[in-house]
Design a protein around this ligand. Structure first.
Ligand code: ADP
Ligand code: MG
Length: 252
């Protein structure tokens, strides 16, 4: 049994089919990259997994149990964390408080943690996560004062505060300067090394191919390639989706 299984998920918006029978499976411990041109359905897939959107058909299973129909908070408390295409932080809260707020996303898990651990332990954990993303020196700064790249790293630390088993990252390097991209890649490898499964949507081809063990490519709501980063990057259907002008081939 895979950790996460997306089976034949379809999602339309009016006349636009954002996802057409998409299937993706992810094993525990993997880093899986999701690529594809703009509008290919990548963010919609994350919305469906995280419960922000309901699929029209198909099933999504996490640890063998269906997530379909559950509220986002319930999915989060099962261990599915996510970040958004544009960083979302609380600008007037300090960096530390943003990370602490990450706990509130985990519902029952948070209650458990509060009963088990002291407030001091929770703060220690928040500082530890800030250190992991290289922001501990800025713990007391309002998040709104941080650079956009730092806000993305902060968002990642906040998501980790929820103790997820898998994290869905939507274009984590977008708008981030190269130095912080390096920092982010190091942090993601470290996080994965601690046992957190990662699925990332990413346009930075170098970043996504270096991080991922496996990749999927989507185009026009369909999976057009799956395999090792090299296989996917070099797949003719993928090259055509990115660079071609003609109709996409029917390969799936
Ligand atoms: P990607 O993340 O790969 O760029 P999206 O999943 O955001 O693609 O979008 C896939 C398709 O679905 C696009 O054609 C987009 O315009 C459409 N779409 C996404 N969200 C909505 C929405 N809420 N309402 C209408 N159309 C949408
Ligand atoms: Mg998107």
């Amino acid at each position: 049994m895979s950790l996460l299984e997306v089976n034949d998920v379809t999602k339309s918006f009016g006349g636009v089919t954002a996802l057409a029978r998409v299937s993706v499976s992810v094993e525990a411990g993997e880093i899986v990259g999701l690529i594809g041109p703009n509008g290919s359905g990548k963010t919609t897939l994350f919305h469906c997994i995280a419960g922000a959107l309901a699929p029209d058909s198909g099933d999504i299973r996490f640890e063998g149990r269906s997530l379909v129909g559950l509220a986002p908070a319930a999915i989060c408390s099962r261990g599915v964390g996510r970040t958004f295409q544009l960083a979302r932080v609380f600008p007037t809260l300090t960096a530390l408080d943003n990370v602490l707020a990450g706990q509130s996303h985990r519902g029952e898990r948070m209650l458990g943690a509060m009963l088990r651990g002291s407030a001091a332990a929770v703060r220690r954990r928040a500082h530890e996560l800030l250190t992991l993303v290289g922001l501990d020196a800025l713990a007391g700064e309002p998040a709104g004062e941080l650079s956009y790249g730092q806000q993305r790293l902060l968002e990642l630390a906040a998501v980790l505060m929820g103790d997820p088993r898998v994290i869905l990252l939507d274009e984590p390097t977008a708008g981030v300067n190269p130095v912080l991209v390096e920092r982010l890649l190091v942090a993601l490898r470290e996080i994965n090394g601690r046992g957190v499964t990662i699925i990332l949507i990413e346009h930075n081809m170098e970043a996504v191919t270096s991080l991922s063990g496996r990749m999927y490519a989507l185009a026009m709501g369909r999976t057009i390639a799956e395999g090792t980063p090299q296989q996917v990057r070099d797949d003719p259907a993928v090259l055509e989706a990115y660079f071609g002008t003609g109709r996409l081939g029917s390969r799936r």
